[in-house]
Design a protein around this ligand. Sequence first.
Ligand code: ADP
Ligand code: MG
Length: 600
Amino acid sequence: MPCRIKILSENLANKIAAGEVVERPASVVKELVENSLDAGATEIVVEIEAGGKRLIKVSDNGCGMSREDALLALERHATSKISTDGDLLAISTLGFRGEALPSIASVSRCTLSSREKGRVEGTEIYGEGGTIRSVKDRGMAEGTIIEVRNLFFNTPARLKFLKSTETEAAHVSDHLTRLALSRPDVRFLYLNDGRIVFRALNGDLRERVASLLGKTVASGLFPVSFREGEMNIHGLAARPECSRSTASHLYTFVNGRFVRDRVVQHAVLQAYRRFLERGRYPVAALFLLLPAGDVDVNVHPTKHEVRFREQSRVHDFIASAVEGMLQTTPWIRKPVAAPVPPIASPENAAERKVSEVREALGVYQARLDATPSHGVPCRPPGAFPVPRKDMMPVHRVREGERENAAGYFSSLTVLGQFAGAYLVCCDGEDLVLLDQHAAHERVAFEHLRREFSNGSVESQGLLFPEVMEFSHGEVAVVDEHRDSLRRLGFVLEDFGGTARVVQSVPRLLAKKECIRVLRDVIEELSSIGSSRSFLDVQEDILMRMACHSVVRGVHPLAAEEISSLLASLDSVGFATNCPHGRPVFHRIPRSDVEKMFKRG
Ligand code: ADP
Ligand code: MG
């Protein structure tokens, strides 16, 4: 009987590989530009027509190829970048799989022209659907030009999946932006249907960001630079006000390669989480450098995912670098001046601020009106204490607490409490409204975090230990995470079958709904599954605990309580926002108040 199994032809194998590597014009651009960068180019020109469906042309001034190499480059698994198994463990180039050129050539009409450095003439190879049709000499500058026409002309099913010209062009722009950000030292020119989309001259990262993402974004960026052993991270990250609703502006690079990696993204988001509301993403371009052997880039053909040898070390390293930047940037201390984008004209900015203030006051007024008279809406007129000099500063930053907090909150003059939930203060000339709940939550969260990272959250024994019944699934989670629970301040012991007795709970929760919180924590832990780790939920759990440890709703505060809250705010980091990202306070400049009364 004849064999049913056959070895696929080279051409068919290339087409199959193209399915993974070449998804759309943007992937062709990515592969070609990566090749140019690997070839040491300092100038790269990318031209597309009809969103790359008609033509993609990438020209570079890199090392070029000899005729023999150019012919070989079109063969499957032909690469100059690695040669031994060992090389695979320490990849320093963007490419290494030797599949891009043959894959692209197998699904297009492709012309490869190249002139090796030092040679007098170049070579031009033309192929259709992976079959070479002609090879000839060509006069050209040193470097390489690759023209890809009629992508997917011979694979109609794939052609059908391409989107509109505009959409495909937008994908090309996205990929090129990432590549151009990764190498500010290389000049890029990008043309779409003959029009220049961007021209990026060589410069530093900030200039590169300015030419690709705009001057407004670039001017709001702060440098990040951190090193630990052989790991290094540098780049720029923006103040939280510049956040986006998707991760589109979170550019992360590992050893020069753009990646969309779960661990890296999580670490950056964790650092920002205390400033950003859920669902918001920061703007940043961050470059992580680590020994090539510590990261495996050969996880996926498009190489957008990587695998770290020491995942949690890398995670914590990135998170602390970004957090360090956030903690020391000036906007932490003068946060309210930040939201106005620099391009706005002064008139517009003032007008916007006035309307923001009007809106805010409208909300307060509405709340005031809606509060029944027997409630604790605000003190009666005249009952606000006149700012007393002896009241301020209410509290000095205790010795050993963070110097750079500079006692901003303690230096506020407290005018009074509003609606049992807000503090009305004065900061020199300006009015400051402070959300008590957000402030308490931030303080509690930072305490819990500090205790947790120092070993474990302080816990307190229950006078009457509580017996909790669990399902079989839950009890497995409880037992698996018993140590983590202990670190979080919950001490549970066996009580027969699926019952466990709660001996101690976090001190901060001792008098509150500690058992409910424990149930929530266990639920959070069961969501970990195989794709997430304790690390992923640790902050969420601490936030939840912080949230439940503070008094919500109307909560009149005595003067000493206010002083102590303000002093605590000075002693923790990230005091400008609650752990969920809501602002702790708003500053209303005196000039805005004057404008409100038509005095400005
Ligand atoms: P890989 O990049 O994984 O090695 P490719 O199929 O993309 O595989 O390219 C094959 C080889 O062709 C490369 O290893 C390189 O030697 C050569 N090559 C491709 N593009 C260029 C270029 N622009 N300049 C010089 N050499 C190139
Ligand atoms: Mg390549």
